[in-house]
Design a protein around this ligand. Structure first.
Ligand code: DGT
Ligand code: CA
Ligand code: CA
Ligand code: ZN
Length: 586
């Protein structure tokens, strides 16, 4: 059975976490975690190593872990994982989802208080038992409690990348089945929203096919519970706890249904009213004439062949799904057919990436080669600055050494005739007063500076605004990094007036990044209208800490599209020379 590198990394990581919950020897735990990290970042297909029986050639994969992987491949199960699943109480495994608790403390609480469910944990926090454990204390206990509350609140939604991991395999398993004439994933997923409630799949098929299609859908590997099955709709819950709805509609109704189930609700409301104003009625079944009383006349359908066609009948050009949020898209698509939105293919370089010099997993050279392999023309390398000591921030001496390394690599690219350049950047912490992390003479030496807040995100709004404004105004700051510091479904960002910062950034010719990590997607697309009005530049930055992280750019592109950025306002959609000119124009 073939596995992807990520599948195997996930399993190894799960083992390491369960081992911690079982109080297993620290070195074993680390071995599994390390192997997971390595395999996740591996460029080659793990299946090649499995076939050649040379897994131990991979640095960090020892003999016993290699054996575990071979067994997984041969039998579909990893005995060490199954063993630990037996050993660790099921409720306790859920504790791993409590952010800020960590397996080590989880084990301690479990062992010393003899509890293993989240309910019990909440009780023991309330009666003070958790706080009284050595090494925990009142503050930690309150933090854990808060995390549980957040978790319970946010369990209803998941991140875009998590939704993708569920939606794509299910979509793939359905799309080639007999009788499937058209298929799309609709809903918030199609609109590229940063978090997803449930996943909506839509199929066009003849009625006599519906039953078989539902059979395949409800028996998919990931499904743990069938929530409902009717004539045209079936809903399931996947093992991740996510709901997936499959609707099967008549082929001639597909486009209207797709438009309806893509939403958003707000967009649909405007479309329905627009139809009425044109003497028509729009619903999930199609477009119809209105009768004399102004009701939908189902006997008088209006023909349409695509979503685009429906928009046209309502005097609109096709509205890309990302823009269907009732945020000014109607006034744009009444006029302009070609309203340019940035595309994946237009991205020419990678800005904001970390190497082993700070907390990245790969060397500068490895990161650069991964960029070249993906067809990018430049890498704006930005390790952490000195105040971020916890993330391996660079001292002044290290910076100078790093510059030498980059100069040498650039020289090598030139000699080899490779069209690629590495820009010397830094992700400078924004200190509490808004200043950057080095003296001017060091800042001067970088090609560019990304300024980001990593500590004290929760300062009062007024203070935080002063801090951010200072950073934006600083002539060395070319890009403001993840402006709010939010972690989606985990932590709110700083309290800021972003409209004001967007305008200020435009005025000072500072770009604000769209941090493309699916955990962040920060700057939020909702400030896109303001950014467009004031002409603010963005840069779609992966904040890559590994080679795999580079590919997060695609999430950023979706968000940039939602924010109505064309390639002209996306820094890394420009050539290396243009980017250089932007960096120099401070
Ligand atoms: P989600 O699942 O919370 O991330 O967001 P959506 O947008 O996927 O919402 P969902 O799954 O409830 O419904 C899918 C689409 O179906 C939604 O975007 C628009 C359409 N829809 C659902 N219910 C209504 C409704 O009551 N009125 C209108 N106009 N459209 C609806
Ligand atoms: Ca949905
Ligand atoms: Ca739904
Ligand atoms: Zn970063």
């Amino acid at each position: 059975m073939p596995f992807t590198n990520n599948d195997i990394a996930d399993k190894l990581r799960e083992v390491s976490q369960l081992m911690q919950l079982a109080g297993e020897n620290r070195f074993k735990v680390i071995a599994f975690d390390k192997a997971a990290q390595t395999i996740e970042g591996l460029q080659e297909d793990i299946n090649d190593y499995i076939q050649n029986k040379n897994l131990t050639d991979i640095k960090g994969v020892g003999k016993s872990i290699a054996e575990d992987i071979y067994t997984l491949y041969d039998t579909g199960e990893m005995p060490v994982l199954e063993d630990f699943k037996e050993k660790v109480p099921e409720g306790l495994i859920q504790w791993l989802d409590i952010s800020g608790l960590g397996p080590k403390n989880a084990y301690k609480i479990h062992k010393e208080l003899g509890i293993s469910t989240i309910e019990e944990l909440k009780e023991k926090i309330d009666d003070g038992s958790v706080a009284s454990l050595s090494g925990l204390g009142q503050k930690s206990a309150e933090k854990i409690k808060k995390s549980i509350e957040w978790m319970e609140k946010f369990d209803e939604r998941c991140r875009l990348d998590e939704a993708e991991e569920i939606a794509i395999p299910i979509f793939e398993s359905l799309k080639d089945l007999d009788g499937v004439q058209q298929i799309e994933i609709a809903g918030s997923f199609r609109r590229g929203l940063e978090t997803i409630g449930d996943i909506d799949i839509l199929i066009a098929a003849d009625e006599d096919r519906i039953s078989e299609l539902f059979d395949v859908f409800t028996s998919h590997d990931r499904v743990t519970e069938i929530l409902g099955r009717g004539d045209t709709k079936s809903s399931v819950r996947t093992k991740e706890g996510r709901q997936v709805d499959l609707r099967i509609v008549k082929p001639k109704e597909f486009s209207a249904a797709l438009m309806y189930f893509t939403g958003s609700k707000e967009h649909n409301v405007v479309m329905r009213q627009r139809a009425r104003d044109h003497g028509m009625s729009l619903n999930e079944y199609g477009l119809f004439k209105l009768d004399k009383e102004g009701n939908t006349d189902f006997d008088q359908p209006i023909d349409y062949s695509s979503e685009s066609d429906i928009y046209q009948k309502l005097d609109l050009h096709f509205v890309p799904p990302e823009l269907r949020e009732d945020r000014n898209e109607f006034s744009i698509y009444e006029k302009q057919e070609d309203f340019p939105l940035v595309t994946d293919e237009e991205i020419r370089g990678v800005i904001h990436a970390h190497s082993t010099w700070s907390d990245g997993k790969f060397s500068i050279k490895e990161m650069a080669e991964a960029c070249i392999e993906r067809g990018y023309e430049y890498l704006g390398l930005t390790d952490h600055s000195k105040t971020a000591a916890y993330a391996g921030g660079l001292t002044q001496d290290e910076i100078k050494e790093q510059w030498e390394e980059i100069d040498q690599l650039n020289e090598e690219f030139k000699e080899a005739g490779t069209n690629f350049v590495i820009f010397k950047g830094i992700e400078s912490d924004i200190l509490a007063d808004g200043s950057l992390d080095y003296e001017d003479d060091i800042l001067e030496g970088f090609d560019f500076v990304i300024a980001s807040v990593h500590q004290s995100l929760n300062m009062p709004r007024e203070k935080m605004m002063e801090r951010m404004k200072n950073a934006i105004k600083n002539p060395y700051t070319r890009i403001l990094g993840h402006p709010t510091g939010r972690l989606l479904l985990q932590r709110n960002g700083s309290d800021l007036d972003l409209n004001e910062l967007v305008a200020l950034a435009a005025e000072h010719n500072t770009a604000i990044e769209i941090n493309a990590s699916p955990h962040r997607l920060d700057l939020d697309w909702r400030f896109g209208n303001k950014a467009r009005e004031v002409g603010m530049m963005t840069s779609i930055n992966p904040d890559a800490h590994s080679i795999k992280g580079i590919d997060d750019i695609k999430y950023g592109v979706r968000i940039a599209r939602k924010g109505k950025y064309g390639p002209d306002r996306v820094l890394n959609a420009k050539s290396a020379d243009e980017v250089k000119a932007f960096f120099e124009a401070r």
